[in-house]
Structures are given as structure tokens and as C-alpha cells.
Write a protein of this length. Structure first.
Length: 390
């Protein structure tokens, strides 16, 4: 019965969308557009019935369906995401949508494990699809309509963040979330002294090598440390920079996160954040939902809304948002480039020990993420925060 209900809901939703779903019996659903080929309908609808959108992603991983236009297909779904499920069923979501497991809450004890499950997979695996800067966040292109090397757009993104934070000669910089060290290297290249913290031992090891190779070991210190455990500087940090790290904090800990930033910042300092955001109403509706992304890609992760960030900052700190740059379409392009690079690295990935299911999982993740930004459902923003004027 559950599978039959899932099939009815799916057929009703697809029938309104500019997509095509091809069934094994030759039947075609949808109004025409990007094609999804359904190989095993019974398995597909059983997964949908059991786990909703988690089941949809698992169905792709298992090969229940394929699409040569997966990103475009998912983009059309994302455009209509809030209305795909009937209102009467949405009102019952708390009874059938999975809750985040307690073991993935971002407590001090558990956060490092959550981070390791993604960022400690393999530096070599990430290198197959990232550019030479090893930047794993949205680039900022000079012109979305024109070709540009991804590394140039990534360095532009970093340089703008450093500009927003006022990083220059002698600046004391705190970076929360090291990545693979590109921001720390570029900050040190401006004459700054950088303290960078991460919870990924794999990232830290490579970032330290990259810092040393750039000749900045005397200016950059990279520490395995939770943001809640950072020791304050006597006079505070002149600049705090954090790129797409707030998504791993968890909504329960946003006040803790921003309170920590406030306490660590020098009186006249500036903060530059790059944050992925989602609509406020959807954030409220989904904050207790366990998703496919949580289960397979980012355990413990959750996206804030701009309104949530503004509210938490106002209520828990002496800070305020003073600048904001929206750049969602730039992330869609970044993700498309990553996906193309990842697809081209099949042999290399196999040599690293990653199997066919992992490749399908990662392709779905990159296309699913692309769809969020291409549809406008998700955004990514660069934010400048500073002390509120009295």
C-alpha cells in the first residue's frame, strides 16, 4: 500500500513538471524535458515509500533509474520542491520523515567524527575534481557567460573574502575551517599572520605541506581544534574568515558559534563568512529532518537561512551584518565543473579503491547540489560582520 501511494504521488508530481520519465513498458510521464529512465519501478517505488527523498537518492545509487541529464532533471524537481508533496501529506511529515540520529549531533565529542566521514575520505579523491587551489567551496566568476579557469575564479572568491575582512600586512587572522590551505596561503602572501583550525587530520596534513611549499610556515599555524576550544588572543583577532563551515555547525549550535566569533574578534575587527543558505520557511520545516545528504555526504550538516543568521547574530552577539553578496549561480557553475572533472576521473577513482556505487553516490550529490543553486532554492553568500555601532 505504501509503495502504491508513493507511485500515485510520484505520477501526480511528474505529470505537472517539464521532465520526462520513461518506464520499462514504454509509458512516458511528464510534460517533456530532461529524461529519467526508470529500470526497476517496483524497487524504486518501494524505496520512495520507505524513505522518501532518501530513498530517491538510494534508488539512483542502486541503479533503479538513470539519467544522462541528472542535473537538469533534479533542477526541475527543485524548482517545485515545496509543492511536490500534497499539503495534507506535508502536515503529517513529522510522523513519517526520519529524524537526525542522536549520534550525529555536533557536540564537541561527535563533531570530529562527522567531519572525518567526509573530509578524511582521501585527499587524492578530492584532487580528482578540484582545481589546483584545492578549493572546495563556491568560486566567484568574473562573468558567468564567459569561460574562465576554475582556479582563477576560486582565487577571486578568496581574495574578495580577504578584502572584506581587511586582511593585509601584519593582520592577525583566524581561519575557522582550513580546507586544504589555499586561503591561509593567500592571506600569508599579503603579510598576515594566520591561525587556522580544522577537525580533518587529512586536510591538515596536506594544508601544512602546501603552506611549507609556499614558504609561509613561519606565518601560518594550522591546529586540529574545534571552534569552541580556540584559545583567545590577548587583543583578539583582527580578522576572522570562515568559508562554508557554518553548514557543519548544526542549528542547535548557531548561538554558540557566533558567540565564539564575537569573543575572539578584536574590538575593531571584521569577520568574513561564506555561507550556503536556504529559504527561511523551508529551513523551519526541515530542521528536524534527516536527509540523503546527511546520511551519505554531510552527517550533522544543516543549512541556515539569512533570516536565521541575522536573528542569531542580533540576539547573541554585539555584531551585525554590514555587507552581503549573493552568488548562487556561481555555485551552480562551480558544481557542474566539479561533476565533469569527477566523471572524467573514473579510472583514477577506481585505482584509489572507490567503487561504482561510490561514483554514482558522488555524481548524485554533485548534481543534487547543482540543482539547488540552479533552481534558486539554495543560495551562497559572502557576509561581512563587525561590531554594531553604538
Amino acid at each position: 500500500m505504501r509503495a502504491q501511494l508513493a507511485q500515485l504521488i510520484f505520477r501526480h508530481a511528474i505529470g505537472r513538471l517539464p521532465v520526462t520519465v520513461e518506464l520499462p513498458d514504454g509509458c512516458r510521464l511528464g510534460r517533456g524535458g530532461p529524461v529519467m529512465v526508470l529500470h526497476r519501478p517496483d524497487d524504486f517505488f518501494a524505496r520512495l515509500a520507505d524513505d522518501g527523498l532518501i530513498g530517491f537518492g538510494e534508488a539512483y545509487m542502486a541503479g533503479d533509474f538513470d539519467s544522462d541529464e541528472l542535473g537538469a532533471f533534479l533542477t526541475e524537481l527543485c524548482r517545485e520542491l515545496p509543492s511536490l508533496v500534497p499539503q495534507w501529506l506535508q502536515r503529517l511529515r513529522r510522523f513519517y520523515v526520519a529524524r537526525p540520529p542522536h549520534g550525529e549531533a555536533n557536540t564537541v565529542r561527535q563533531t570530529r567524527g562527522n567531519i572525518a566521514r567526509h573530509y578524511d575520505l582521501s585527499n587524492d579523491m578530492f584532487a580528482t575534481f578540484l582545481d589546483e587551489s584545492m578549493s572546495y567551496s563556491s568560486a566567484l566568476f568574473a562573468d558567468l557567460a564567459r569561460p574562465e579557469p576554475l582556479v582563477v575564479a576560486q582565487q577571486r572568491k578568496i581574495d574578495r573574502l580577504l578584502d572584506v575582512a581587511g586582511v593585509g600586512e601584519g593582520t592577525r587572522v583566524l581561519e575557522i575551517g582550513t580546507g586544504w590551505g589555499e586561503l591561509a596561503v593567500r592571506a600569508a602572501g599579503r603579510g598576515a599572520v594566520v591561525h587556522s583550525v580544522t577537525l580533518s587530520s587529512e586536510q591538515r596534513a596536506l594544508a601544512q605541506r602546501r603552506v611549507a611549499n609556499a614558504g609561509f610556515s613561519d606565518r601560518v599555524r594550522i591546529e586540529l581544534c574545534d571552534y569552541r576550544d580556540i584559545a583567545p588572543e590577548p587583543h583578539g583577532y583582527d580578522a576572522i574568515v570562515s568559508v562554508e563551515m557554518i553548514e557543519a555547525v548544526g542549528h542547535e549550535y548557531w548561538p554558540t558559534y557566533f558567540t565564539a566569533l564575537d569573543a575572539l574578534l578584536a574590538p575593531d575587527g571584521k569577520i568574513a563568512l561564506q555561507a550556503i543558505t536556504m529559504p527561511h520557511d523551508r529551513m523551519l520545516a526541515t530542521r528536524h529532518t534527516y536527509t540523503w545528504i546527511n546520511k551519505y555526504i554531510f552527517p550533522g550538516g544543516f543549512l541556515p537561512s539569512t533570516e536565521a543568521i541575522t536573528s542569531v547574530v542580533r540576539e547573541h552577539t554585539g555584531l551585525e551584518i554590514q555587507q552581503r553578496l549573493s552568488m548562487g549561480p556561481h555555485y551552480a557553475r562551480t558544481l557542474r565543473e566539479w561533476d565533469a572533472r569527477f566523471a572524467a576521473a573514473h579510472d583514477e577513482l577506481a585505482g584509489l579503491g572507490f567503487d561504482h556505487v561510490f561514483e554514482r553516490m558522488w555524481h548524485f550529490y554533485l548534481c543534487y547540489s547543482t540543482a539547488g543553486f540552479a533552481s534558486g532554492y539554495l543560495d551562497v553568500q559572502q557576509l561581512q560582520l563587525a561590531r554594531r555601532s553604538r
